[in-house]
Design a binder for this molecule. Structure first.
Ligand code: PLP
Length: 282
């Protein structure tokens, strides 16, 4: 984040350099991780699937019982000044339950949310061409993974464990079936069918996931949203992880064994082309 130090950020109605943006130590985001966030890509100044990101933000806010009165236009007004039209960037937007008079788990009366947004460049992810390695791990997160909560300690520990073993992602499983990555959704090609775990509270409803499903449907892929066992994943011919900043990344090695032929597969190559074309068309 060093490249961000002097960038302009938004904090509670003001635009200021990142180095001058300060939040109280009594902010509930700091004390409890009591907040939600979004990461919204912007290609050459245009926010990608903004309505989907705002719908998910609204859903996260509702689930944590926090209200914010901004509509689409107001969010556009707040976020647009952070963007640079000459680059691919992503906006990080975080909303917490604000500053309370004392540290107490129960909500303060009439909280004033803290609203923070910053922008950073999207650098092409190195793993997209060659593919990445991943490890499967027990999903140790809570039961509201459909909330994009800032409380990410389990995700942090899982991703770190993967990185320390030379892998790009931890692919998580519960009770013998896979859920998603530590910071990504999951797709697999199993017996020729493109599969992704169905949308439940155990996964984040990713916007990249949604776009891929739309593209698969529009292009007559055989597609299924269903439970995928860990065993089925381990026998998949292709595995991909997806997220707003990394887009679609092929996993070529799972638990130290090659996935399919150990190179990005043909379904990935087709979908990635469709995704890049779609990005440019919107
Ligand atoms: C746990 C988790 N699942 C899935 C995703 C992918 O969501 P999106 O495609 O909206 O970025 C993310 C993104 O960071 C994530 O943290």
């Amino acid at each position: 984040m060093n490249d961000l130090v002097d960038s302009k950020v938004y904090l509670n109605g003001e635009y200021l350099p990142l180095s001058e943006a300060k939040v109280s130590v009594l902010d509930r985001g700091f004390l409890f991780g009591d907040g939600v966030y979004e990461v919204i890509p912007a290609y050459f100044g245009r926010l990608f699937r903004m309505q989907d990101h705002l719908d998910r933000l609204q859903d996260s806010l509702t689930k944590i019982r926090l209200q914010l009165p901004y509509d689409f236009e107001q969010w556009m007004e707040i976020l647009s000044p952070l963007l640079d039209k000459s680059k691919n960037q992503s906006i990080y937007l975080q909303i917490t339950r604000g500053v309370a008079a004392k540290r107490d788990h129960a909500f303060p009366k009439n909280p004033i949310p803290t609203v923070f947004a910053m922008c950073s460049d999207i650098k092409p992810f190195a793993g997209v061409e060659a593919g990445v390695k991943a490890l499967t791990m027990e999903d140790s997160r809570w039961e509201m993974c459909n909330v994009k909560a800032t409380t990410l300690l389990a995700n942090v520990l899982l991703r770190q464990q993967a990185v320390e073993q030379g892998c790009a992602e931890a692919i998580l499983h519960r009770n013998g079936y896979v859920t998603e990555g530590a910071a990504s959704n999951l797709f697999a090609v199993i017996d020729g069918i493109l599969m992704t775990p169905e949308k439940t509270a155990e996964i984040l409803p990713g916007i990249t996931r949604k776009v891929i499903i739309e593209l698969a449907q529009a292009n007559d892929f055989e597609l299924s949203e269903e439970i995928i066992s860990l065993e089925a994943l381990q026998a998949a011919s292709e595995i991909w992880i997806t997220s707003s900043t990394r887009e679609i990344i092929p996993v070529i090695e799972l638990d130290k064994k090659p996935v399919g032929d150990g190179i990005p597969g043909p379904v990935f190559n087709t979908m990635n082309k469709l995704f890049q074309q779609y990005k440019q068309s919107v």
